[in-house]
Design a binder for this molecule. Structure first.
Ligand code: ADP
Length: 281
């Protein structure tokens, strides 16, 4: 029977159960599980390529349209020239940011915490990112409340923590409404550091809360596009947090705002939990 199996990687054929040999059957089970895994991976890759082509189609079509306009009228009509050049440039920039974010997503998927030795000071990174974002959005007031023990930190690449915070703060700003306020808080316990990013904007319905971490998912495509969103930010953040053994979750009420929560496992830089000599004796 084994001879008849279709060996192409896309085949759904599996090794059948053989009678009377447990060892071979165990091996077959393991092998079939591996085939399932490979197949899932292939499906995911196919889906990704499909999604990417779909996402690139719009900017390419827009650029083509403007090139045609330029070709026809651009030489004689300075207004068409200026407008089409600006629009085509904007689309090219959008494609650029899409490609950059896709690379970030791929890199996020490849992060393996066991290979990371870097110890990152969460408090310092939060303060620095708030400073940077506040500078860029002076109409917002970004408040922070950090109540973390001094000796806790995380074992993770500093860039990755920065990336996660930038994504969450950028979104909080992008999807805020009249109340231009962002609250960032952080605290820690024995196991984890919790970082909360809260906005008072449009909020997210429960159904959409399930989907916003999927790549390319946007609640309101037009609105997100208008704000330069590719629908990849949260999937990058989600994968990064996961890669470090943490969790990224959301709580939100439509019309009142959202809280994104990052939980990361802590390490203690100073060993304060060891019993002292006195308590030992
Ligand atoms: P985008 O580039 O579109 O912002 P994200 O992956 O970062 O992509 O977010 C996916 C979608 O989740 C957004 O398009 C938006 O609809 C929704 N979203 C993300 N953050 C917030 C927020 N703070 N408030 C409301 N909606 C949000």
């Amino acid at each position: 029977t084994i001879e008849k199996i279709d060996r192409s990687p896309e085949s759904t054929a599996r090794i059948p159960k053989l009678s009377g040999n447990d060892e071979i059957n165990d091996l077959a089970t393991q092998f079939n599980a591996m085939l399932d895994q490979v197949q899932r991976y292939i499906e995911q890759q196919k889906e990704f390529v499909g999604d990417v082509s779909h996402e690139l189609r719009t900017p390419v079509a827009v650029i083509q349209g403007h090139l045609q306009l330029l070709n026809r009228w651009g030489k004689d009509d300075p207004e068409v020239l200026a407008e089409s050049l600006a629009a085509a440039t904007q689309e090219a920039n959008r494609m650029n940011s899409l490609i950059e974010e896709m690379l970030q997503l791929t890199r996020a998927e490849q992060v393996e915490q066991k290979n990371v030795q870097e110890v990152t000071d969460v408090r310092e990174v939060i303060m620095q990112i708030i400073d940077n974002i506040q500078m860029l959005h002076q109409d917002f007031s970004i408040m922070s409340d950090i109540e973390m023990d001094d000796e806790v930190s995380v074992r993770m690449n500093r860039n990755h923590l920065e990336q996660i915070l930038v994504i969450l703060l950028d979104n909080a700003i992008k999807y805020s409404a009249d109340r231009k306020e962002i609250h960032v808080s952080a605290d820690s316990d024995q196991q984890q550091i919790m970082i909360l990013v809260q906005d008072f904007g449009m909020g997210i319905t429960p159904a959409n809360q399930q989907r916003i971490f999927d790549r390319f998912y946007r609640v309101d495509k037009a609105r997100s596009r208008e704000r330069g969103g590719n629908g990849l930010g949260l999937s990058i953040a989600y994968r990064l947090v996961k890669a470090y053994g943490g969790q990224l979750t959301v709580e939100s009420v439509e019309g009142s705002g959202s809280i994104f929560k990052v939980a990361l496992p802590v390490i203690r830089t100073m060993n304060t939990s060891e019993p002292t000599d006195k308590s030992k004796s």
